[in-house]
Design a protein around this ligand. Structure first.
Ligand SMILES: NC(=O)c1ccc[n+]([C@@H]2O[C@H](COP(=O)([O-])OP(=O)(O)OC[C@H]3O[C@@H](n4cnc5c(N)ncnc54)[C@H](O)[C@@H]3O)[C@@H](O)[C@H]2O)c1
Length: 287
């Protein structure tokens, strides 16, 4: 693969999903061929080839990887409430193991996987914990007590294993809430007393596709976990005021200015060269 150029043919799992569709559109618009894999399809896709299969299916994933030089693995059950605990945990971790193992064994060296801000557990922890500090970075102490968060943390470890075992370079992206502008605005209007635990974070869908493009070509080696966020919170108040009201006891490693995001995106900038371009209050947003 030429450094900086997108891979010529990419397997995207979860290609029918919210982020998957944006990634497929962006890759095909930039000239890559895409094999789109999803367990079901709700409409037409821009993908070059469509595969209807479970990402846990070894033979189906092996066949879908034919001629592919990189993988974007997004297929998952994206919330603990969408199935029973066993199904959420098994599906997510087994699919990630299968996709990375099949890719690694075939000599595919680059993968991007969807982790989540929930990989540190605190946002969904039912004991009402707060983050150990702000801004939230990739090394923040974890406190996991739900099966979805656990599956995402496990996926990050699976990436570490695959990178070591098969000499792969794998970027695990910790997405916060991802949406189009209208979805982010709706999300912002829901009074959620727990939103402080995610730092009122979000990422515009176009930026979600953008960070995947960066992660496909960045000169990273081995497995890395990268947190991402819009440049601001989705709330109208100054961030310092939000913290004073909702999280006064949580230590701050840096004082926020204006409506600064509470996710530390230093690693995304330094390792991937990625900075989110779209903020909810600051400019025109995606439709
Ligand atoms: N959207 C968010 O706000 C957000 C935030 C954090 C992390 N994530 C992660 O990003 C990824 C994509 O999220 P999304 O919002 O696009 O989700 P989505 O539910 O819109 O899309 C997921 C897609 O995967 C498919 N799928 C599910 N299980 C599958 C399986 N076993 N085999 C094959 N396909 C399967 C679904 O049919 C769907 O098309 C997920 O891994 C999710 O956990 C999303």
């Amino acid at each position: 693969m030429v450094e900086g150029a997108l891979p010529p043919r990419v397997l995207v799992t979860g290609a029918d999903g919210k982020i998957g569709r944006a990634v497929v559109d962006e890759l095909t618009a930039r000239g890559s061929e895409v094999v789109g894999l999803s367990i079901e399809w709700t409409g037409p896709s821009a993908a070059t080839a469509i595969v209807t299969a479970d990402a846990q299916d070894e033979a189906a994933v092996a066949a879908a990887l034919e001629g592919v030089s990189a993988v974007v693995h997004l297929a998952a059950i994206p919330h603990p409430s969408l199935a029973d605990p066993y199904t959420v945990y098994r599906t997510n971790t087994d699919a990630t193991f299968n996709v990375l193992a099949q890719a690694g064994q075939r000599g595919i060296r680059r993968a991007v996987i969807a982790s989540s801000i929930n990989a540190f557990g605190v946002p969904m922890n039912h004991h009402g914990l707060s983050p150990a500090y702000y801004p939230i970075d990739e090394d923040i102490p974890a406190a996991i007590d739900d099966w979805y968060s656990l599956s995402k943390r496990s996926d990050e470890l699976t990436a570490e294993m695959a990178a070591s075992r098969w000499d792969m370079d794998i970027v695990a992206i910790r997405f916060p809430f991802v949406g189009r502008a209208d979805e982010v605005r709706r999300h912002a209007q829901v009074e959620d007393p727990q939103a402080a635990r995610e730092g009122w974070s979000y990422l515009d869908l176009r930026d979600a596709a953008g960070v995947v493009m960066k992660a496909l070509v960045a000169p990273v080696r081995g497995a890395v976990v990268v947190g991402v966020s819009a440049p601001d919170t989705y709330r109208p108040e100054p961030t310092a005021e939000l913290l004073a009201t909702y999280a006064p006891a949580v230590p701050r490693r840096r004082e926020p200015h204006g409506r600064d995001a509470l996710i530390d995106t230093t690693r995304a900038r330094e390792l991937l060269g990625f900075e989110a371009q779209h903020g909810i209050q600051t400019e025109e947003v995606s439709r």
